[in-house]
Design a binder for this molecule. Structure first.
Ligand code: NAD
Ligand code: SER
Length: 316
């Protein structure tokens, strides 16, 4: 049986990944680690440890304590928070990845580390962005993703580390709020639709970005990690896509499902980040190599988001 450590387990992705992995591998075989205390409910789900991903000795102590063989390394500063503190963004995102890769080499661990559409930049083709293309991001977050992809490739080719990665698009989910990204508007619109009946978007109506519903992202991540090693042909990070829509298309779908809903637009500093990223991603390699298929389109995602958020906030 696998012994898994999730670093950054309290976040938007980690809080859902940990539940899925515990269902699959048994609750005592999946250890959550985060800088922040988990909720009482999360604590009951299985072993939890408070820890700092920038401390190699703390991570190594957990690897030894639980005889870990697989690490999902999710702790990072995202695009918008990364621009508020680029120095911390570089230190957290890069130091922690370097530690995890060094520990993978020493303890023969399998690693998952996510890249992002933020690895792309203004010189990248914006529509159907290919797997191999220009990577010239203009945010510190994007710089750490490109550097991280190259570091993962280096450890794979030089030291034989089994490290796997995808370039996640914006992830939409209702269980845990997102942690400070540019794509957060695609989540916030659903929260505000249910709680207030209106939303002021921080990007303009014509903004189009690649997105994915969390259940697809979690399933795809686990499928990538379970694929036979000879199927993994991309050494950096796989393009990983599902749906693309504009902010106004998203608002129209919400309006159709929430009578009286209204959306206004007041673009802020995040507009510039959104404009530097692709609108849609071509992910043929993921589909061919490990059989990736998404299941949620915009309509199905919106139905599921609204149903769950209404339940969460006790609304009819
Ligand atoms: P998040 O901000 O929701 O969660 C990150 C977690 O890491 C938080 O719980 C935070 O407390 C924890 N953390 C921060 N500093 C830490 C430290 N020093 N030690 C231990 N834990 C620490 O982020 P997320 O959305 O879950 O993203 C996880 C990963 O996926 C990141 O690498 C991110 O770049 C990537 N990603 C996310 C998205 C998305 O839309 N959510 C898209 C592309 C890529
Ligand atoms: N959702 C992330 C962000 O907006 C993309 O990596 O920062």
């Amino acid at each position: 049986m696998k012994k898994i450590l999730i670093i950054g387990a309290n976040g938007q992705i980690g809080s859902e990944l940990i539940a899925a992995l515990r269902t699959k591998y048994g609750q005592d075989n999946v250890i959550g680690m985060d800088l922040r205390e988990p909720s009482e409910e999360q604590k009951k789900g299985g072993p939890w440890e408070l820890g700092d991903a920038t401390s190699k000795t703390s991570i190594e102590a957990l690897i030894k304590k639980y005889q870990i063989d697989t690490v999902f390394h999710l702790a990072a500063l995202l695009s918008a928070t990364g621009e508020k503190d680029p120095d911390l963004c570089w230190r957290l995102n890069m130091d922690s990845l370097r530690h995890v890769l060094e520990l993978a080499k020493a303890h023969k661990l399998q690693i998952f580390w996510p890249s992002s559409i933020a690895a792309f930049g203004p010189t990248t083709p914006r529509v159907n962005t290919p797997q191999y293309t220009s990577l010239e991001p203009t945010t510190m977050y994007g710089v750490t993703k490109v550097a991280g992809e190259l570091l993962c490739q280096y450890y794979k080719l030089r030291w034989g580390v089994d490290v796997r990665s995808v370039r996640y698009p914006g992830l939409v989910s209702w269980k845990t709020p997102p942690g400070g990204g540019t794509t957060d508007y695609a989540v916030a619109i659903f929260y505000d639709a249910v709680q207030k009946g209106s939303y002021e978007n921080f990007v303009g109506p014509k903004t189009v970005l690649p997105m994915m519903y969390m259940p697809d992202a979690i399933r795809g991540t686990i499928e990538l990690m379970e694929a036979p090693i000879e199927k993994i042909k991309v050494n950096t990070a796989y393009n990983f896509a599902a749906i693309s829509f504009s902010a106004e298309e998203l608002a129209a779908v919400v309006k159709k499902k929430v009578p009286g809903f209204s959306c206004t637009y007041k673009p802020d500093h995040r507009q510039k980040i959104a404009d530097s990223w692709p609108q849609s991603i071509e992910d043929k390699s993921a589909r061919a190599d490990w059989n990736w298929k998404h299941q949620y389109d915009l309509d199905k995602m919106a139905d599921d988001m609204l149903r769950n958020l209404k339940k969460k906030f006790g609304k009819k």
